[in-house]
Design a protein around this ligand. Structure first.
Ligand code: ADP
Length: 450
């Protein structure tokens, strides 16, 4: 077995911290968990070889507390840090500080995080590398007159977006010239309040696209590959709810075409690590919206259909090895669907933290559950409400849906409310069964099924 690192610190919590520990253990790497005082009993702490408390419950004082996390590395002698997703995973400053301490950041360089973290720079960069982007302003919008000119050129409806945006914040639609001034001002105010930066740009608002993203991997030796697409069009408030791979609307030829564009751009950029290039897809065309320079929540569906462990790849890339696969070795097989299980009311989506009194995950062939939940675990109210992911593999889409139906019936979580019933309802719907949906479908469905 290759010795990538002796000890890795995982700067995260919940299901993703457990997921990363599993990869480390299989690679013979010692694991260090960090946790807040609210997470002392969490699964990721129980499973780690060592753990360090890095602060009080609020994430800003614990999981985002860079000095405390660096101290935890120094105390435990961790040689590398895996940031998971969220928290510090796309924080270029954190990556730089680790570099300065001679600790390896399991992810791309701080320079690449910075480029992709600013949406205007990201769009410009990828466009120069041959990736198709949504028509719009090539750069920042200076003032209302500038906005009017661009909107006139591309045609309404338009979307005003925050350059530092994330989580769907700082985005406003203007359907006509009358709505432009208000949308422009509101987007700027929201961007300033959420990100401390009111830089905005304009894009053509696509009315019925799907959200399709390409998984890429690059190593430090200039190799880059893609692992096909994930369809994440089922969203509520711009948050993904259910994801599937492959997409019901992408055939092998289209996959190869966009995948080749994505991996060659990554290779030209000299990007290393895992990454996701997100596109909107409408009328058989792809339009780049952003690149995430980290592991995604929905990475398991790609792992299953490509037989590739993305976390192990990230670790091996960080240690300087070549990718384990060449493009020709990537074979896509079958179909996978992931359901995000949130501790929330399935109708109102109001979080439901508290004690899980009974927990029996589903099982059987082709079923994977990534979770930090267990019977007797108390879900703290301080973090996001996702408590696990149910991931199902089938030989084809129909087989996968049948298996998911069976699995949802088996899964038991008591004591808190969860979104499991929502998935049972969705799987009865003809549009879902036939794969006929776009990014607005779920919001419309929820409005009609209160
Ligand atoms: P964030 O980083 O805030 O999540 P994204 O640029 O990734 O922002 O967009 C999030 C979601 O917003 C997309 O998945 C899509 O649903 C919608 N969206 C973004 N840009 C457009 C656009 N030009 N037209 C239509 N919808 C868009």
């Amino acid at each position: 077995m290759k010795k990538y690192f002796n000890k890795v610190l995982i700067a995260n919590r919940g299901e993703i911290a457990v997921r990363i520990q599993r990869a480390c253990k299989e690679l013979g790497i010692q694991t260090v968990a960090v946790h807040s005082t609210a997470d002392s009993d969490a699964m990721h702490v129980k499973l780690a070889d060592e753990s360090v408390c890095v602060g009080p419950p609020q994430a800003v004082n614990s999981y985002l507390n860079i000095p405390a996390i660096i101290s935890a590395c120094e105390i435990t002698g961790a040689e590398a840090v895996h940031p998971g997703y969220g928290f510090l995973s796309e924080n270029a400053h954190f990556a730089e500080i680790l570099e300065a301490h001679n600790i390896t950041f399991i992810g791309p360089t701080s320079e690449h995080i910075n480029i992709m973290g600013d949406k205007i720079t990201a769009k410009e960069t990828v466009s120069n590398l041959g990736i198709p982007v949504v028509p719009g302003s090539n750069g920042k919008i200076e003032d209302l007159n500038h906005a009017k000119k661009i909107a006139k050129d591309i045609g309404f409806p338009v979307l005003i977006k925050a350059s530092s945006g994330g989580g769907g914040k700082g985005m406003k639609i203007a359907k006509s010239q009358n709505e432009l001034e208000e949308a422009f001002n509101m987007a700027k105010i929201e961007a300033k309040a959420s990100f401390g930066d009111d830089t905005v740009y304009i894009e053509k608002y696509l009315e019925t696209p799907r959200h399709i993203e390409i998984q890429i991997l690059g190593d430090k030796n200039g190799n880059a590959i893609h692992l096909g697409e994930r369809d994440c069009s089922l969203q509520r408030r711009n948050q993904k709810v259910l994801e599937e791979a492959t997409s019901p609307v992408i055939d092998a030829l289209k996959r190869e075409e966009i995948g080749e564009i994505a991996s060659s751009a990554i290779s030209k950029l000299g990007y290393h690590g895992a990454g996701t290039i997100e596109f909107l897809y409408e009328d058989n065309k792809f339009y780049f919206i952003e690149m995430n320079t980290r592991l995604q929540v929905e990475h398991p569906i790609t792992e299953i259909i490509t037989d590739c462990d993305l976390v192990k790849e990230q670790i091996s890339i960080a240690a300087g090895y070549n990718l384990s696969k060449k493009q020709a070795d990537v074979v896509i097989k079958g179909h996978a669907i992931e359901c995000r299980i949130n501790a929330e009311n399935p109708k109102t989506f109001i979080p439901s933290p508290g004690k899980i009194t009974a927990y029996h995950p589903a099982g059987g062939p082709g079923v994977r559950v990534d979770s930090g939940a267990y019977s007797g675990y108390t879900i703290p109210p301080y973090y996001d409400s996702m408590i696990g992911k149910l991931i199902v593999f089938g030989n084809n889409r129909r087989d996968c849906i049948d298996k998911l139906n069976r699995t949802l019936d088996e899964f038991v979580i008591e004591g808190v409310e969860t979104t499991l019933p929502l998935f049972k309802d969705l799987l009865k719907n003809e549009d879902i069964i036939s794969g006929n949906y776009n990014i607005h479908w779920l919001e419309n469905y929820l409005e009609n099924h209160p």
